[in-house]
Design a protein around this ligand. Structure first.
Ligand code: SF4
Length: 83
């Protein structure tokens, strides 16, 4: 795979970010089940991010967070209220 940043990609889609994604997955696995976003809602949130101009290589340029982390906590929201 080419070594370039993928606009509108999630961490899980970028092979060159594999190490960071493993860390991200470990963090996701530690989220308390009561705080965790239900799977269908989580995927809907990530789909919205993938259509958003503010997504760059898994990171939201509005808030600077990895969207896969932010979206995984149910009480969190998009900084511009897209979800
Ligand atoms: S969190 Fe909101 S602003 Fe950021 S990439 Fe996702 S949809 Fe866009």
């Amino acid at each position: 795979m080419e070594n370039r940043k993928c606009v509108r990609c999630l961490m899980r889609e970028m092979a060159e970010q594999a190490g960071e994604y493993i860390n991200l997955q470990q963090y996701l696995d530690q989220i308390d089940a009561q705080e965790r976003t239900p799977e269908e809602l989580y995927e809907n949130r990530l789909s919205t991010c993938k259509e958003c101009d503010m997504l760059l290589a898994g990171m939201c340029r509005h808030c600077g967070c990895y969207v896969e982390l932010r979206a995984a906590v149910e009480k969190q929201s998009c900084p511009v209220r897209k979800w």
